[in-house]
Design a protein around this ligand. Sequence first.
Ligand SMILES: NC(=O)c1ccc[n+]([C@@H]2O[C@H](COP(=O)([O-])OP(=O)(O)OC[C@H]3O[C@@H](n4cnc5c(N)ncnc54)[C@H](OP(=O)(O)O)[C@@H]3O)[C@@H](O)[C@H]2O)c1
Length: 236
Amino acid sequence: MPVVLITGANRGLGLEFARQYAESGWKVLATCRDPAGAGDLHALRASCPALEVHPLDVADFATIDALAGRLAGRPIDVLLNNAGVFGPKAHAEGDRRQEFGSMDYGIWAEVLRVNLMAPMKMAEAFVEHVAASTQKKLVAISSTEGSSPNAKGGIHAYRTSKAALNMLMQNLAPDLAPRGIVTAAFCPGWIKTRMGGPRAPLEAPPSIAGLRRVIDGLTPERSGKFWLWTGQALPW
Ligand SMILES: NC(=O)c1ccc[n+]([C@@H]2O[C@H](COP(=O)([O-])OP(=O)(O)OC[C@H]3O[C@@H](n4cnc5c(N)ncnc54)[C@H](OP(=O)(O)O)[C@@H]3O)[C@@H](O)[C@H]2O)c1
């Protein structure tokens, strides 16, 4: 039974990944900040008993080490860095704290910690679990907001965090190739979630089904690249 570990699995895209992998017969290690409040995950566990729920705040690196320790000796085929934060939304809420002239540097640091540094910490903490697996995949949910065609001004914290995440996944590929681990970054499209908002054109299920197909098809030759949920290679 292949194993996937998902961060931020309690809602949005992470929850849909958990649902689809669990219903496809995978062992799902679903992690979230507040397991007690993760009602949808517990409901999913009722029909998919192989699903496990583990506490993990990816901004708290000690909890990452603690979880890696508790899971020591358990192979993880796909380590899926999904948890992410957008930061203040000028377009929706008029909050300009990631806009030029009113940048909040504390918020920028928080966004970089969750979206960029945490995936690096996850890679360092879980490298042995992934290397011990059959599929050996380390992936991250990024965004085309972090690619050059979207350098349209504004949204600095989120855009720079995802551009740097794309570089991290590409830069880790040669580091991890000797262990047989492949890496990738993905854009799910613009999806109706709390982050994507109600105006988003896409629902989560087809995007996550597409992303699972792209993850299934990852090979060493494709390692380090940035992909759309459709399987199209993306520039960044
Ligand atoms: N939706 C889109 O249109 C879209 C487009 C491109 C990329 N993405 C990316 O896709 C990923 C998932 O986004 P989404 O749309 O599902 O967003 P969402 O609905 O806002 O969900 C975000 C998830 O991340 C978790 N999270 C945030 N900070 C965390 C932390 N410190 N530790 C652990 N978990 C944390 C949240 O947990 P809590 O419930 O505890 O807050 C939640 O489970 C993100 O990386 C996002 O940047 C989304």
